[in-house]
Design a protein around this ligand. Structure first.
Ligand SMILES: *Cc1c(COP(=O)(O)O)cnc(C)c1O
Length: 350
C-alpha cells in the first residue's frame, strides 16, 4: 500500500505548552485520510492537520452513519512509540461498521495509516507520567444526498491529540431510572456517534443534580447494570470482581478486557454476569460491596465514591482503601509506561 505523504511546512510543536493541554483540543501536525469510492478504499494519504471541505447534504450529518475508535500511543525511554492493543480497535471498528451498514476497512490500511501517522508525529507523544498521545480513528458517510439510504462514499481518518493524565477524583454515580443508553437489537455495542449524542441530555441532567456520571441500567427492565457514562463497569464485593457480561448492549472495552485478564493473573475471581441494581444494594447493605469503578481508554480507571438509586446514596470505599482496583490500575499503567513486563503482548511497537 502506497501512502501519499504531504508534510506540514512547519511543526506547531514548539508553540505547545505540554504542561497545560486541554483534552481533545490540541491536534498534532498531521492526519491520515482514505476515501471509499466505487466499492474500494482509495488514495490513502497523510496531510497537514486541518479543515476538510464537506457538502451541506453530507449524509453522516443528516442520518448519522458515523463511528469512531479511541486508543493511546506511548513512548519509552529509548524513544520508540507503542500503541496499546491497536488490532482490537481495528476489529471493533469493523463490527461497528457492519452494524451501521458501512464498509469494513482492511487491516493493512488501518495499521499502516496508524503507524505511519503516529511515527511522523512521534515528537508529540508526551512522556511525563500518565500522559499519552490519544489517537482517534473515525469513519463517516460522505454522500452528497439527503435521501435516507446507506451512503456509497465514506471517509476514514485518524487524528491525534496529546493528553495529560486524567484527574482521578472519585465519581458520584447516579443509576438512571428514566433514560436508557441501549436496547437489545440496537447499537449499544457499536462506537456509533449517535450513542454519544443521545447520552448528553441525561448526563447534563445528572450533572445538574450534582452527580459526576450516570450508571446506565438495561433498556428493558431498568434493573440490570450496563455501563457508566462511556466506561465499562466493575464492582468488588466479597473480594470478587464483578462486571456486567457483554450482551450486545454493552461496548466491548479493551480496558475492561485488560482489567479482567490482570485480575485473573492475580488470582482474583472475576464474575461476568447479569448484575441487578438490587444485587448491588443488597451487597451494600450487608457490607460486602467495597469498591466500584469504570474503565476506558481515556481514564484507564475512574473510581466511584458512591452510587445513588431512587434518591438513596450508597457509599464505596475511598480510593486509598481500594486495594483491588488500585492494584489492577497500577499494573495496567505500569505495562503502558514500560515499568512492568508486557506478558500479554498488548503493547504494539511501531
Ligand atoms: C469506548 C467506550 C468504552 C471503553 O472502551 P475502551 O476500549 O476500554 O476504551 C466503554 N463504553 C463505551 C460506551 C465506550 O464508548
Amino acid at each position: 500500500m502506497q501512502i501519499n505523504i504531504t508534510s506540514s511546512k512547519e511543526s506547531r510543536l514548539p508553540s505547545i505548552d505540554f504542561n497545560n493541554i486541554p483534552f481533545g483540543k490540541i491536534f498534532t501536525d498531521h492526519m491520515f485520510v482514505v476515501d471509499y469510492e466505487g466499492g474500494q478504499w482509495i488514495s490513502p494519504r497523510i496531510e497537514p492537520y486541518g479543515p476538510i471541505e464537506i457538502s451541506p447534504a453530507l449524509s453522516a450529518i443528516h442520518y448519522g452513519q458515523s463511528l469512531f475508535e479511541g486508543m493511546k500511543a506511548h513512548k519509552n525511554s529509548d524513544g520508540s512509540a507503542y500503541l496499546f492493543r491497536p488490532l482490537d480497535n481495528w476489529n471493533r471498528m469493523n463490527k461497528s461498521a457492519e452494524r451501521m451498514c458501512m464498509p469494513a476497512l482492511p487491516q493493512d490500511i488501518f495499521m499502516e495509516g496508524l503507524q505511519t501517522l503516529v511515527n511522523m508525529d512521534k515528537e508529540w507523544i508526551p512522556t511525563h507520567e500518565g500522559s499519552a498521545l490519544y489517537v482517534r480513528p473515525f469513519m463517516f458517510a460522505t454522500d452528497d444526498c439527503v435521501g435516507v439510504r446507506p451512503s456509497d462514499n465514506y471517509k476514514f481518518m485518524i487524528i491525534c491529540c496529546p493528553a495529560n493524565p486524567f484527574y482521578n477524583k472519585a465519581l458520584k454515580v447516579l443509576a438512571e431510572e428514566h433514560f436508557v443508553r441501549a436496547v437489545e437489537g440496537g447499537v449499544g455495542f457499536a462506537k456509533a456517534a449517535g450513542n454519544y449524542g443521545a447520552s448528553m441530555l441525561p448526563t447534563k441532567l445528572a450533572h445538574d443534580k450534582g452527580f459526576d456520571q450516570i450508571l446506565w441500567l438495561d433498556g428493558r427492565e431498568k434493573k440490570y447494570l450496563e455501563e457508566s457514562g462511556t466506561m465499562n463497569l466493575f464492582f468488588v464485593a466479597d473480594g470478587k470482581l464483578y462486571t456486567p457480561a457483554l450482551a450486545g448492549t454493552i461496548l466491548d472495552g479493551y480496558t475492561r478486557a485488560s482489567i479482567i485478564q490482570l485480575a485473573k493473573d492475580n488470582g482474583i475471581e472475576v464474575v461476568e454476569a447479569r448484575i441487578s441494581i438490587d444485587d448491588l444494594i443488597n451487597w451494600s447493605s450487608s457490607g460486602k460491596l467495597t469498591e466500584g469503578f469504570g474503565t476506558g481508554t481515556a481514564a484507564t480507571i475512574a473510581y466511584f465514591s458512591s452510587l445513588t438509586y431512587k434518591d438513596k446514596e450508597y457509599s464505596l470505599l475511598p480510593i486509598e482503601q481500594c486495594q483491588i482496583s488500585t492494584k489492577l490500575a497500577k499494573e495496567l499503567n505500569d505495562i503502558k509506561s514500560f515499568k512492568a513486563e508486557d506478558k500479554h503482548g498488548w503493547m504494539w511497537k511501531i
